[in-house]
Design a protein around this ligand. Structure first.
Ligand code: PXP
Length: 307
């Protein structure tokens, strides 16, 4: 018979050994459990099924002030990536920005994976598609390479935009009526993957009609001419054009999105246009974020230097 080593210990140490023994057993069981949970998750077992659903893109909230619906806010985080790419470093991370935007109440996150990869990178799209709680609005040129990426990461919505390498930002809307066949082929591929498709167009009836004929879900009316108007009279004219073409969009049975150049100063009249589903805003929000965060950022660096 093998002697129990516990019995060979003096009495005062035996209860301590027993406690340690239990602690080790509990620790080992815990580690085994965690490893098996991790493996189950990797295999796509019950834990994977508990993962947060990827698409919880909200429908418009009821506006308590009027009998209308409030537009949703899609926050464009390209400009965070622009700052990162200026140094080709890891900060600021647009994924981190997306999390903060979600916490601030963003209804969607908009990103433009440009062909020249000047700001958003492929990695950003893949990580965002894994962790976003709200829907991703994936802005893209009508190009096969980018369409393939969209079909792989499956954003909630793809917004087709014109893209020129020399432009600073998207200038003008997509010429849908002028290149219907090309756009049609791209839409077909996206629709096959159940990606909702929106076309970024100028507020122009011909373009709206062409978009509806292509069977897209939505159009995003370019608000740049309104935002960049040189004087009040021109701005009012451009606002009237947005209101007029909005009705045309809704009559065509399309979802009405708008964006480009919207700021804290000019957004209200656009947000009040009847039937707007979603506004996509980037530059102004990121600019404001830099300003409201700068004082704290400097104070924290100063504390480190003085520590
Ligand atoms: N919508 C579209 C289609 C865009 O291309 C952009 C700019 O990337 C935006 C909205 C956001 O514009 P801004 O940065 O001026 O708010």
């Amino acid at each position: 018979m093998v002697a129990n080593p516990m019995n060979t210990l003096p009495k005062q140490f035996q209860s301590r050994r027993t406690g340690l023994f239990f602690f080790e057993t509990i620790l080992a069981t815990g580690v085994t459990l965690l490893v098996s949970l991790y493996k189950t998750r990797k295999k796509g077992g019950p834990i994977a099924d508990l993962a947060v659903p990827r698409y919880t893109f909200p429908s418009n909230h009821q506006n308590p002030r009027q009998d209308t619906l409030m537009p949703l806010l899609g926050v464009n985080i390209d400009h965070v990536a622009t700052v990162r790419q200026a140094r080709r470093t890891y900060e600021p991370d647009p994924v981190h920005a997306a999390v903060l935007a979600e916490q601030g109440g963003a209804d969607g996150i908009t990103v433009h994976l440009r062909e020249d990869r000047r700001h958003i990178q492929d990695r950003d799209i893949r990580v965002l598609s894994e962790m976003l709680r709200v829907g991703m609005n994936f802005e893209m040129a009508v190009e096969q390479e980018i369409t393939d990426i969209a079909c792989e990461v499956l954003p909630k919505q793809a917004t087709l935009v014109p893209e020129k390498r020399e432009e600073v930002t998207t200038e003008g809307g997509l010429d849908v009526s002028g290149q219907k066949e090309r756009i049609h082929q791209c839409i077909e591929q996206l629709k096959e993957k159940q990606i909702s498709v929106s076309l970024f167009i100028d507020p122009d009836e011909e373009q709206i009609t062409a978009s509806a004929e292509l069977g897209v879900d939505a159009v995003e009316l370019h608000t740049g001419a309104y935002a960049d108007a040189a004087d009040d009279a021109t701005q009012q004219q451009e606002l009237a054009r947005l209101i007029q073409t909005s009705k045309y969009v809704l009559d065509a049975g399309l979802t009405l999105n708008m964006g480009h150049g919207l700021t804290y100063r000019n957004v209200t009249p656009v947000a009040q246009i009847a039937g707007v589903h979603e506004l996509n805003i980037g530059h102004s929000i990121i600019s404001h974020a830099v300003m409201v965060g700068l004082e704290r950022a400097v104070r924290e660096m100063k504390q480190l230097i003085n520590a």
